[in-house]
Design a protein around this ligand. Structure first.
Ligand SMILES: NC(=O)c1ccc[n+]([C@@H]2O[C@H](COP(=O)([O-])OP(=O)(O)OC[C@H]3O[C@@H](n4cnc5c(N)ncnc54)[C@H](O)[C@@H]3O)[C@@H](O)[C@H]2O)c1
Length: 358
């Protein structure tokens, strides 16, 4: 189904076969113009659902490079072709109520908010507004939106803080170490309280270190790929720091399941690759394509929680979640996409290109 030309979708949705994931739903994605959200929209559209995005187009790493400008333009172009794109603040009650009334989504995925721990820590008031206030605004508005059947809140595995053991499952103690993790946990509690009180099926999803082509938030994988292609050394503050890197298409697939799978409601799910990898091992993966890649040690930041692999057994068993893209394949796709982007931006071929081709 395609979003209509006019505001709102006035045709009544038909009942949907309980077990199916395709066709006929109306999904609101807050933060849908972002990296993960845009992949979720793409997947929902491919499955035949109508999607509306509410996003205030906040960019966290300005100024954008030429390549990032092009990536953003491509992302927004794809969104405009596949969904209704409403520009507005998810923390504004009038905006949120207006979107829910106008589009009458059957399902809501809430991704809007500061996505970067460092930014949230440096700007706690913005983190509060965009992460917590957007959540309470949405929950308040949902009380008047009886047509919504399920809410998915996109939290983060930072709610666990330092991992006590690996793989960390969903019952791991919740001890976030910073404003970002704290705001995610606070939002989870608000969502769960609301779900209990108003009997709305709610699902909490905890992703980790999501990466892939097209991210413009300058996360570690994007920076590593850029440096590798520029022939610049990779700066390693915490080479032993381990993360459960998750390819963005797998994360989006997990969100689709959380939204639509009958086994999901009222659950909390780690949606990750399910494997830990140290930054040093990530360098090793990149060296398969860029063998001369140099590294430069830098003083430890002391800010990175002790992390690693997460258990995805619960998502696997409840809703058949099965991440498909290994870190090796995902990084190969990032490198190939970055080479293509540089060419499209008129920035030439990186010196490493020949080796990438080999
Ligand atoms: N990328 C990761 O590794 C990762 C890991 C765990 C959780 N998450 C969560 O996933 C979500 C999406 O992250 P992302 O990596 O796609 O980041 P992103 O910056 O690409 O997307 C976030 C989007 O939210 C929008 N937004 C922010 N505040 C808003 C507001 N008040 N109203 C409307 N829109 C608003 C931004 O404009 C942006 O388009 C975030 O909630 C983030 O915390 C991301």
């Amino acid at each position: 189904m395609h979003a209509s030309e006019t505001p709102g979708w006035d045709d009544d949705p038909q009942p949907h076969p309980a077990a199916g994931l395709s066709g006929g739903r109306r999904v609101l994605v807050t933060g849908g113009a972002g990296f993960i959200g845009s992949h979720l929209v793409k997947r929902l559209h491919a499955l035949g659902h109508a999607v509306v995005v509410l996003d205030n187009m906040r960019r966290y790493c300005a100024p954008l490079t030429r390549v990032e400008h092009l990536a953003l333009a491509e992302r927004l172009g794809a969104l405009r072709a596949t969904c209704e794109l409403v520009e507005g603040d998810a923390a504004d009650p009038r905006v949120m109520a207006g979107v829910l009334e106008t589009y009458r989504p059957t399902h809501v995925a809430h991704l809007a908010g500061v996505p970067l721990p460092a930014h949230a820590n440096a700007h706690p008031a913005e983190a509060y507004d965009s992460m917590i206030r957007s959540t309470t605004t949405l929950l308040g508005a949902l009380r008047q939106a009886a047509w919504v059947e399920r809410l998915v809140f996109v939290s983060s595995t930072t709610v666990y803080g330092d991992f006590a053991a690996e793989p960390a499952d969903e019952d791991h103690p919740l001890q976030p170490r910073d404003i970002y993790g704290g705001a995610k946990l606070a939002s989870e509690v608000l969502v769960q309280s609301f779900a209990r009180n108003f009997r709305l099926p709610c699902v909490i999803v905890r992703p980790s270190a999501v990466y892939g082509p097209g991210d413009i938030n300058r996360r570690i994988t994007q920076i590593f790929v850029e440096h590798a292609l520029a022939g610049a050394p990779l700066v390693l503050h915490d080479p032993a720091a381990r993360f459960d890197f998750t390819f963005v298409e797998d994360a989006a697939e997990g969100l689709v399941l959380a939204l639509l799978h009958p086994g999901a409601p009222d659950g909390i799910f780690n949606i990750t690759r399910g494997e830990g990898c140290s930054l040093l091992d990530l360098v090793g993966i990149l060296r398969r394509w860029v063998p001369d890649l140099a590294i430069r040690a830098a003083p430890p930041s002391g800010l990175v929680p002790r992390r690693g692999a997460l258990s995805i057994n619960r998502a696997r068993q409840a809703m058949g979640y099965a991440p498909a893209v290994s870190l090796e394949d995902g990084m190969a796709r990032c490198l190939a996409a970055a080479v293509q982007s540089l060419a499209e931006a008129g920035l030439g071929r990186p010196a490493q290109f020949v080796r990438l081709q080999a």
